[in-house]
Design a protein around this ligand. Structure first.
Ligand code: PFF
Length: 453
């Protein structure tokens, strides 16, 4: 999809940008994290807050980052250096690279579970009376198996980034993502037709705001950032491969829309089944791996659907993981002059090693618990990356555009290509006031509720 013009590679057309960025956005965040976060934070009220966060913070910041990339034609560290020379703003780009490092290190652990489930689901769907929660627990508490799958997944990610083949993975995603979409619809139909599914629909659709706390709010923005691949420079990097005349407002809105729809569908596929089959919605990171195999076990051709589902989930994870490794590698390639292969292999290996403790958090390090968080190691990596580093990256890049580089320049940059709609005063207001204030207030409330209250 990328072709070379004037020295820097560019997407061949705007569809290339939309597909790559949607490939980054749609991943484990939508199908694995969104449902369990919703389940841990009380259901429909969380979703309402999540949707508000997408509209008021997510979309404006996706546009913001894309502009920074397109205007500078550089990946995150270089982008800030180019737009604010001789200033410390490049550190925001560096924070993004660091965050990408942390996220990818545990992302591959969960992606490895998905790969393992491609065959585990066969046993889970064909063995009568099997305890699905035990199957999952058995997998993650074994020491070597998850690490091996984590390594396999990382090898796939490295080899794609090393060869720079956006083409292959993009073509694959174009074919496979719609299949994942269809499969979710099949699962929804099966889920809501199970006896007792109504309670799940009520839980998912009827908000009760009485339980909303600072933790809920922070959970919702962390989910918005994670799911949109926001706050660490994916959109700066992918935006830097846009041509000067490519349009931004509609393309980015499409990406945000697709990401949100897939997350909402995943919830419809899971909650009716959770209630119908007697699972707990707050089961945490195992929710999808426990609930869906139980649903597959109850449907005709469940084995085939099960295998297909986890293959597709693995691919959705892959198109997200490559964007994470791309940001980390692009920094070494652009700023340090490294060769692409060397950057991808070395960073991939280091990130793999950093992720090993997250995998062992269910076995060797199962006694670990971060004070205040009361979660396992993987969730601790996740919490810091998504509740602190990503929102901080988003906050700083909004301040940078709103007050340092200049909102006017940004608006001109965004509206350069012809577009169905343009951005203007509302966007500037959001970036200058609403986004920074909301992020600061929500982070403060969430951190207070988590550690101090
Ligand atoms: N958006 C991805 C998902 O929902 O699975 C995860 C992710 C990718 C987060 C890239 C951050 C990122 F930069």
């Amino acid at each position: 999809m990328i072709n070379s013009s004037k020295g820097r590679e560019h997407w061949a057309n705007r569809v290339g940008f939309i597909l790559a960025a949607a490939g980054s956005a749609v991943g484990l965040g939508n199908i694995w994290r969104f449902p369990y976060m919703t389940g841990e934070h009380g259901g429909a009220a969380f979703i309402v807050i999540y949707l508000i966060a997408i509209l008021l913070i997510g979309y404006p910041l996706v546009v913001n980052e894309t502009i920074l990339g397109r205007a500078s034609q550089k990946s995150p560290v270089g982008a800030f250096k180019a737009l604010a020379p001789n200033s410390p703003w490049w550190l925001v780009g560096a924070l993004g690279v660091f965050t990408g490092f942390v996220i990818l290190s545990y992302y591959i652990v969960v992606a490895g579970w998905s790969f393992a489930y491609i065959y585990k689901v066969i046993i889970a769907t064909t063995t009568q009376g099997i305890d699905h929660a035990q199957v999952f627990k058995g997998h993650i508490t074994s020491v070597w198996e998850p690490i091996i799958w984590q390594a396999v997944f990382m090898l796939f990610t490295i080899s794609i980034i090393a060869s720079g083949v956006v083409n292959g993975i993009q073509r694959w995603s174009t074919i496979l993502m719609p299949i994942l979409f269809l499969l979710l619809i099949v699962l929804i139909i099966r889920g809501i037709s199970l006896p007792g599914a109504g309670a799940g629909l009520t839980y998912y659709l009827k908000p009760d705001f009485s339980e909303v706390t600072g933790r809920t709010l922070l959970g919702a923005i962390s989910q918005a950032f994670f799911s949109l691949s926001l706050g660490m420079g994916v959109f700066i990097t992918y935006g830097s491969y846009l041509k000067r005349k490519d349009e931004i407002p509609v393309s980015t809105a499409t990406i945000v829309g697709l990401d949100t729809i897939v997350a909402l569908l995943a919830g419809f596929a899971i909650f009716p089944a959770v209630f119908a089959l007697g699972f707990a919605p707050g089961a945490g990171p195992g929710l999808v791996f426990i609930t869906l195999p139980a649903v597959f076990a109850q449907m005709p051709f469940g084995l085939i659907f099960g295998v297909l589902f986890f293959v597709l989930l693995g691919i959705a994870a892959l198109t997200s993981a490559i964007s994470l490794l791309e940001v980390v590698s692009a920094w070494l390639i652009d700023e340090k002059g490294w060769e692409r292969k060397k950057a991808a292999v070395l960073m991939g290996l280091v990130i793999f090693v950093v992720g090993i403790p997250a995998s062992l958090g269910y076995s060797v390090f199962s006694d670990f618990s971060f004070p205040g968080l009361k979660t396992d190691l993987l969730d601790t990596y996740d919490w810091f990356a998504n509740s602190i580093f990503l929102p901080l990256g988003g906050l700083l890049s909004a301040i940078f555009v709103g007050y340092v580089w200049g909102a006017k320049k940004a608006v001109n940059e965004a509206n350069r290509g012809s577009s169905l709609f343009t951005i203007g005063k509302v966007w500037v207001f959001l970036i200058r006031y609403v986004v920074p204030v909301m992020i600061v207030v929500i982070m403060a409330a969430g951190i207070y509720d988590t550690f101090i209250k």
